[in-house]
Design a binder for this molecule. Structure first.
Ligand SMILES: Cc1cc2nc3c(=O)[nH]c(=O)nc-3n(C[C@H](O)[C@H](O)[C@H](O)COP(=O)(O)OP(=O)(O)OC[C@H]3O[C@@H](n4cnc5c(N)ncnc54)[C@H](O)[C@@H]3O)c2cc1C
Length: 346
């Protein structure tokens, strides 16, 4: 897998990485390129078209993609997240139709459930005959123009959440915003989606989760963005090395940061195996990794000098990718841990 993936990334992604950050069409084509190699849902078992990667294997996969293009890694992650939700679904008709087609990109699905972290709930659901009626605004859904649907979530009166497939296009009861003018990864087509009494038929329901599900998930899996974070850190160091060599500056910092990235990879499986009660240790580790990523991105800028400010320079792209990965899936606990990692009175 790694050779096939690495060859694709080296040959076809690295030369156009700057374009993939700002232009949607080439980014979507790059996503299709992963699909042509059946690399869009690597966490699924092989009988569903995946590679059966466990958490560590998927972090390595994400890291490799993010070393070449953060935007491509981000979109693949959203699609994988939708596939994982579908894989866990009791709705056999949906899983059989969607999962094999998602590996190749014949079906392309995003997600919109981070709003479950917010109170009062931005999207509410009410049971009606044959399904649910959804109302409210999903604040973040990436992939408009690529994903035709997303797995959205809405809160029921008892605080539980209903997850279902919702079209990612304007139609009766669905209003999709213009893509947000984002500083980093603008090409990902990130929108908000307003639902006005949108009817989610039972056939489109992916599943339900109990009240407090996302808070528990945040406590259980605080390490989930580490593949993207470490990939971005590595990308920063690659850019820094090129610039320093061009400027004939010999400085020990890149080697020190490389050693810290490698140490983080060594410790990651051990942290992953800790029980949920060791949440604080895990979330602190996440905070330290985010801080390391930002230091690597800053190193890339400082090594490049003024030219880092020009549009299209890789140092600038990595710096902006770090901005997105710093807050992806952020909970209150992970925000505090990230701030702690930066604190000057540690
Ligand atoms: C470029 C980009 C693309 C994204 N794409 C997607 C996507 O495709 N799908 C998706 O689901 N998400 C997406 N996100 C959302 C992303 O993961 C969120 O940044 C993350 O979930 C944090 O949410 P938030 O920034 O909206 O902050 P909030 O949810 O507002 O705040 C974060 C934390 O603060 C606390 N908090 C917030 N409001 C309250 C309150 N009223 N009372 C008490 N505590 C509160 C909560 O603990 C919450 O966990 C995207 C984000 C970015 C930047």
């Amino acid at each position: 897998m790694n050779l096939l993936l690495k060859d694709y990334l080296d040959r076809q992604i690295t030369p156009i990485a700057a374009q993939l950050d700002t232009e949607s069409q080439p980014l979507f084509e790059a996503f299709y390129g992963l699909g042509d190699r059946a690399l869009l849902t690597p966490k699924l078992p092989s009988d569903s078209g995946g590679l059966g990667l466990d958490s560590l294997g998927f972090w390595q996969f994400q890291s490799l993609v993010a070393q070449h293009s953060g935007a491509l890694a981000f979109l693949q992650t959203q699609h994988q997240s939708a596939a994982s939700l579908l894989q866990a679904s009791q709705n056999q008709a949906l899983t059989q139709t969607y999962l094999p087609a998602m590996a190749s990109g014949a079906k392309r699905v995003g997600v919109g459930f981070s709003q479950l972290r917010k109170q009062p709930a931005p999207v509410k659901a009410q049971p009606v005959s044959g399904g649910y009626q959804l109302s409210g605004t999903v604040p973040w859904v990436s992939g408009v123009g690529l994903f035709t649907e997303f797995v959205g979530a809405a809160e029921l009166a008892d605080g539980s959440a209903i997850f279902g497939l919702v079209p990612l296009a304007n139609q009766k009861a669905i209003s999709v915003s213009q893509p947000m003018a984002l500083m980093g990864m603008a090409a990902t087509g990130t929108v908000s989606v307003s639902l006005s009494d949108y009817f989610l038929a039972d056939e489109q329901v992916v599943g339900t989760r109990p009240a407090g599900w996302i808070q528990l998930s945040d406590r259980t899996n605080p390490l989930s963005p580490l593949g993207l974070v470490l990939g971005c850190a590595q990308a920063g160091l690659s850019v820094a090395a090129q610039s320093l060599s061009k400027r004939q500056i010999d400085h020990p910092l890149p080697a020190q940061l490389q050693a810290r990235i490698e140490q983080t990879w060594v410790e990651l499986p051990k942290l992953h195996d800790l029980p949920t009660e060791d949440y604080q240790q895990k979330v602190n580790f996440r905070g330290e990794a985010i801080s390391l990523m930002n230091t690597c991105a800053q190193t890339a800028v400082l090594a490049a000098s003024g030219v880092a400010n020009t549009v299209g320079h890789p140092a600038q792209r990595v710096y902006k990718e770090a901005l997105v990965f710093s807050v992806s899936g952020q909970s209150k606990g992970s925000a505090i841990a990230s701030l702690d990692a930066l604190s000057i009175h540690k």
